[in-house]
Design a protein around this ligand. Structure first.
Ligand code: IVH
Length: 574
């Protein structure tokens, strides 16, 4: 076989061509939503580029489309200061408020104004900084002043150009929302559930969780998208209106909202809001309202901002999605901390595409105050469009209601007398043990595949796990004897074996020490890299890294004899 030898110049030229072509197709696909080649043709171009770069690694540049395959996982995220504060939005659900907002601004600025309208996307707000057209930094919003550097992960979002097209300004910082479409969210959750992992509560959490993965290859496997809606800073270009700026961003290849519109009258704003509210369920977008922003940028500068939000924008939120149903039962659940929570089991109804069968009643005092009873007709909403919640009882005159429910005095799981609304029996209480097992298996803790709600229940009910430490002695054979199927038993046994070797910070999260969450666990493991070092530290030493309250809890936990076996597992002594 004869191989045509190409000169280095030929190869560089071909690599350049392929990159341009792939970028162009990414742009047509993701920004214009009008692909002009087939997926297989695209894949061939991409494969050719990968092969050429593989053979000529010296030609690889950071903005090559192949570099979306991000580098090695970083341990935690560095901090980034934003180009300008990333503020929040002032929100309302009332049309009158919006009208007043529009009129007040027109009066303040002394003329009729134009407005730009966009959906209010419910995802994760991010900042992107381009220098000399290259994507340099992507950061989460964080506290508004500083966020986390998530550049490696953001680079895996296919709709996000790594390099801007055309004559882009020397420096450009923009803001947008990373989102996951509800259809993609459902698929992701189905896949997670199949693997026995905890599904995400909603598309926003899924987007945030995916973007904040320590391993960018996981982010890459999630079909995240991004919508750009604001300029935080620019050097080397000047725009007088937001609509002009947005059009320019689109030219540079940045995905702005396809639902972006300009309006000059309140009627048009109202129509826009009503239309999106109507089409909300068909759009395959998680949106919770519309954003009304002053178009004129000089006007924006004059109005300025409070510490919390700009004065030139208003979010007009949709009324929460709701529906009527009937309470069929009221049950009491015991959580990981022992707190008893009343939960209403309702006749199943669909709200915003999700089937709802339960609603939280928050706490015993709330149940008492609201006096909800089995048989009551109620209106249910998804608060923040997430957790179903009962907003009101729909009383009918002359109705005969069920008996008033007495709040429990004993733990519904173990029968121990409650201390207020808490079961004091800790992990000797089966419900708390089940909750603790689920926590241990959860993604943020030891991430044990196959240890979901059903498995946790079975482990406790079968008597296989009487104390948390028992989990780590279980073999596949034990699990089968406890009623697990062969495949599930094997998967769980492997997950457990792997978990025994987890990093210290994951163990610290898993242990469920009060006040120790992900951030504190990392701090502790950073300062005391082994369990022995941690256990040898004095309360005062610990307090230097995590403060006295946490230090106290950690010392108490590590020296409690009840936890000895578990600590032996972490040390690898069992
Ligand atoms: S404009 C704050 N436009 O909503 C001024 N924000 O609840 C610039 N958001 O954190 C923001 N969709 O990140 C703007 N079309 C849109 C938006 C939007 C979603 C986010 C924003 C903010 C949150 C406020």
């Amino acid at each position: 076989m004869t191989v045509r030898r190409r000169s280095p110049a030929d190869i560089a030229r071909r690599i350049g061509e392929l990159r341009d072509e792939i970028r162009e197709h990414d742009y047509r696909y993701y920004v214009l939503d009008r692909p002009t080649i087939s997926d297989s043709r695209y894949d061939r171009l991409f494969a050719e580029l990968v092969a050429l770069e593989g053979a000529h690694p010296e030609q690889v540049t950071g903005d090559s489309p192949t570099q979306r395959v991000a580098g090695s996982p970083s341990e935690a995220f560095a901090t980034v200061r934003h180009a300008a504060p990333m503020l929040s939005l002032d929100a309302t659900t009332s049309e009158d408020d919006v009208r007043q907002f529009v009129e007040t601004i027109a009066r303040t600025l002394g003329r009729a104004e134009a407005w730009v309208l966009e959906p209010k996307y419910d995802g994760l707000s991010v900042e992107l900084v381009y220098e000399e057209s290259r994507l340099m930094v992507a950061a989460t919003r964080g506290d508004g002043e500083r966020g986390e550097d998530i550049t490696a992960n953001a680079r895996t979002i296919r709709a996000l150009p790594l390099a801007l097209r055309g004559k882009a300004p020397a420096r450009l910082a923009v803001r947008g929302e990373v989102i996951l479409r509800p259809s993609a969210f459902r698929e992701l959750n189905a896949a997670l559930a199949k693997e026995g992992q905890v599904p995400f509560a909603n598309p926003r959490n899924a987007a945030a969780g995916s973007l904040r993965q320590l391993d960018p290859s996981i982010t890459k496997a999630r079909p995240l998208e991004i919508v750009i809606y604001d300029v935080l800073g620019v050097e080397g270009a000047k725009w007088t209106s937001a609509s002009q700026a947005m059009a320019a961003l689109r030219e540079f290849g940045l995905p702005t909202s396809p639902l972006h519109q300009r309006a000059t009258a309140i009627e048009a704003i109202r129509d826009y809001q009503a239309d999106l509210a109507d089409r909300r369920d068909e759009l395959d977008l998680e949106i919770d309202g519309v954003v009304v922003k002053l178009d004129d940028l000089t006007g924006r500068a004059k109005l300025g901002a409070t510490a919390h939000h700009p004065r030139w924008a208003r979010a007009w939120k949709f009324a929460p999605r709701g529906a009527e149903t009937v309470i069929e039962d009221i049950r009491f659940q015991v959580g990981r901390s022992g707190v008893v929570t009343p939960v209403a089991v309702v006749r199943p109804i669909a709200i915003g595409g999700a089937q709802i069968g339960r609603a939280t009643l928050h706490n015993l005092a709330e149940l008492e105050r609201r006096d909800l009873r089995v048989g009551d007709r109620v209106r249910l909403v998804r608060a923040g469009d997430v957790i179903p919640e009962i907003v009101e009882r729909l009383a009918r005159s002359g109705e005969r209601r069920g008996p008033k429910l007495a709040p429990p005095r004993e733990c519904p799981s173990c029968g121990t007398a409650l201390d207020g609304d808490r079961c004091p029996n800790r992990l000797a209480c089966p419900a708390q043990l089940v909750a603790a097992l689920r926590h241990v298996g959860s993604r943020g803790a030891l991430d044990i595949r196959g240890l979901g709600a059903v498995a946790a229940e079975r482990l406790v009910a079968s008597g296989l796990v009487k104390r948390l430490a028992d989990l780590f002695d279980l073999t596949a054979g034990d699990l089968v004897r406890g009623g697990f199927g062969e495949a599930a038993a094997r998967q769980l046994a492997i997950g457990i074996a792997r978990a025994r070797k987890a990093e210290l910070h994951r163990w610290l999260i898993a242990l469920g020490i009060p006040r120790v969450g992900g951030r504190v666990a990392r701090l502790l493991a950073g300062a005391f890299p082994t369990l022995d070092k941690l256990a040898a530290a004095s309360e005062r030493e610990l307090a230097e890294s995590v403060g006295p309250a946490v230090a106290h809890e950690v010392v108490r936990f590590l020296h409690d004899r009840a936890n000895r076996r578990l600590l032996e597992v972490i040390r690898g002594e069992r």
